[in-house]
Design a protein around this ligand. Structure first.
Ligand SMILES: C[S@@+](CC[C@H](N)C(=O)[O-])C[C@H]1O[C@@H](n2cnc3c(N)ncnc32)[C@H](O)[C@@H]1O
Length: 289
């Protein structure tokens, strides 16, 4: 087994800075008991890692940080086909921005037939829901956000297989996407999906559905926009309800639990939940103003 040494860490970060993939060099370290990855030695497929050439400084900078950084992108290995897809397709269909650079949705999607609003799938995993949404909404702009590199590569393959010119990928942290790359006053999201977000049982502050994220979603979602969430983690169900209750109370969202959303294919997470007899709960919230 490949044991991480200082030189291999530096090698990995150099690879990331060049934005090239070599999954066999990517290490998973610092996992906790839930196999969730703790925030150290972080890097990102997108943006600001490109700006910093001093690896030592970078590691110091990220030390002890923060809620949204994790190293999930390195977990798992890419197949040969995925490696090739990441190398050749990802640059063509991804939106890559430097720190603070905002996305011009009209320009990125080149679709004169729509209003340039977007459906965002946060943490799309291997891409099943993203691709299904893409197929069902050919006239709409679809953006998939994921940090897991084999997942990004897999989505690349499927986007090509189904010739989904309406689907783009952002390879990085959803929180960064929302806080750094969406124009301050822009209302761009007509729909946001967060299916089976990581539960972070030991550190709920890292959860993707939390006050800060919903604040930002609220800021960038059009009135009437749909927020769909699904989880099989009982504790996350109550956490989501408690979080959304505040936004319902101040009249920014309405909604709650709903029937299973039909455009969401059964992924391995739902299958495991069903096999283990855990209830899967879907939520649908509508942005009011
Ligand atoms: C449990 S999986 C669910 C995947 C998929 N939505 C499904 O239903 O099969 C959670 C996914 O969210 C991704 N993820 C976790 N934190 C993220 C973040 N901050 N930004 C983007 N993706 C994230 C993980 O890499 C992982 O693929």
């Amino acid at each position: 087994m490949h044991m991480p040494t200082m030189s291999s860490i530096v090698k990995e970060e150099t690879i990331q800075e060049n934005n090239e993939i070599d999954c066999k060099n990517v290490m998973v370290n610092n996992t906790n008991n839930n196999n969730e990855i703790l925030p150290s030695n972080i890097n990102n497929t997108n943006d600001e890692s490109n700006n910093n050439t001093n690896n030592t400084k970078k590691k110091k900078k990220y030390k002890g940080k923060p809620k949204w950084y994790n190293k999930r992108q390195g977990k798992g290995r890419c197949s040969k086909a995925q490696k090739l897809a990441y190398k050749e397709i990802f640059p063509e269909i991804s939106i890559q921005k430097k720190y603070g650079e905002v996305i011009d949705f009209e320009d990125e999607f080149h679709n004169p037939n729509n209003n340039h609003t977007c459906i965002l799938d946060i943490g799309f995993g291997m891409g099943d829901s993203l691709i299904n949404i893409g197929k069902l909404n050919k006239d709409k702009n679809i953006l998939g956000c994921e940090i897991h590199r084999p997942g990004l590569a897999n989505a690349c393959l499927k986007v090509r297989e189904f010739n989904l010119t309406n689907v783009k990928l952002y390879g990085g942290d959803a929180y960064k996407l929302l806080t750094r790359h969406i124009a301050e006053e822009a209302k761009v999201f007509a729909q946001i999906c967060i299916f089976f977000p990581d539960p972070w049982k030991q550190d709920v502050d890292r959860r993707i559905v939390r006050d800060e994220t919903i604040e930002i979603i609220n800021k960038h979602m059009i009135a009437g926009g749909d927020l769909y969430i699904a989880t099989d983690i009982a504790d996350y169900v109550t956490y989501i309800e408690a979080t959304m209750e505040k936004f319902i109370a101040n009249n920014t969202f309405k909604g709650g639990r709903c029937e299973r959303v039909d455009f969401r294919p059964i992924t391995k997470y739902e299958q495991i939940a069903m096999d283990e007899g855990r209830e899967v709960v879907d939520f649908h919230y509508v942005k009011l103003i």
